[in-house]
Design a protein around this ligand. Structure first.
Ligand code: COA
Length: 176
């Protein structure tokens, strides 16, 4: 697929990609203000990069946060030297063509270039994760404590009432 990755500046572009979280398999009931808050949070604490087709249409994004998030149940000896890969998302109809992998490679290269970070980490579904395959193929490993996978229970209001509000996440790390 031809296109390029560049800094995502427009809220409406972010909003277009984040819309996917309202539908299968996430069904997270985001309100308009939630999208705005998330965009500001990412802009103030990290970076958002978009994947653009040659006609400038955005089809995916990756976002990074500088430093480990204190809310996560993982402890790092140098939390400020961790890069948190917050989101990686590609519009449904463009998946399976290397765009997600391309965004992940970009995020790793970008973090390496800063020459400050010791590792990157991300949070993903305990089971049925869509990002685990591309992450593992790039050297990410599941974070464990005494051989036990570290997990976090997260809860979201859902757009589909048949889906439980709670699900379980795990963490993957890549040393740089
Ligand atoms: C994860 C995601 C960004 C990958 O984007 P992509 O452009 O399809 O990625 P690529 O084409 O580079 O690679 C596709 C990989 O995804 C995997 N994949 C695709 N759909 C999947 C699914 N439903 N379940 C599990 N893995 C899936 C494939 O195994 C493939 O890996 P492979 O190349 O080793 O076979 C995309 O699936 C997505 O946007 N998912 C929804 C958002 C999400 O779950 N993000 C991660 C948490 S923030």
């Amino acid at each position: 697929m031809e296109g390029r990755i560049k800094n995502l500046k427009e809220y409406k572009e972010f909003r277009k990609i984040f819309e996917i979280f309202k539908y299968y398999p996430f069904y997270e009931a985001w309100k308009e203000q939630d999208f705005k808050d998330e965009f500001s949070y990412l802009k103030n604490n990290g970076e958002i990069f978009g994947w653009y087709l040659n006609n400038e249409e955005i089809i995916g994004l990756v976002s990074l946060i500088y430093g480990a998030k204190t809310s996560h149940p993982v402890s790092f000896s140098n939390p400020d030297k961790m890069m948190y890969l917050s989101d990686i998302a590609v519009l449904d109809k463009y998946r399976g063509q290397g765009v997600g992998g391309n965004l992940l490679d970009f995020a790793i290269n970008y973090t390496n270039l800063l020459k400050y970070y010791e590792a990157m980490y991300l949070r993903t579904n305990l089971n049925g994760s869509m990002s685990e395959g591309i992450a593992r193929s790039r050297g990410f490993e599941i974070i464990r404590n005494n051989n036990k996978i570290i997990t976090e229970e997260v809860s979201f209001p859902r757009t589909n009432q048949d889906i439980s509000e709670t699900d379980t996440r795990k963490f993957l790390i890549k040393r740089l």
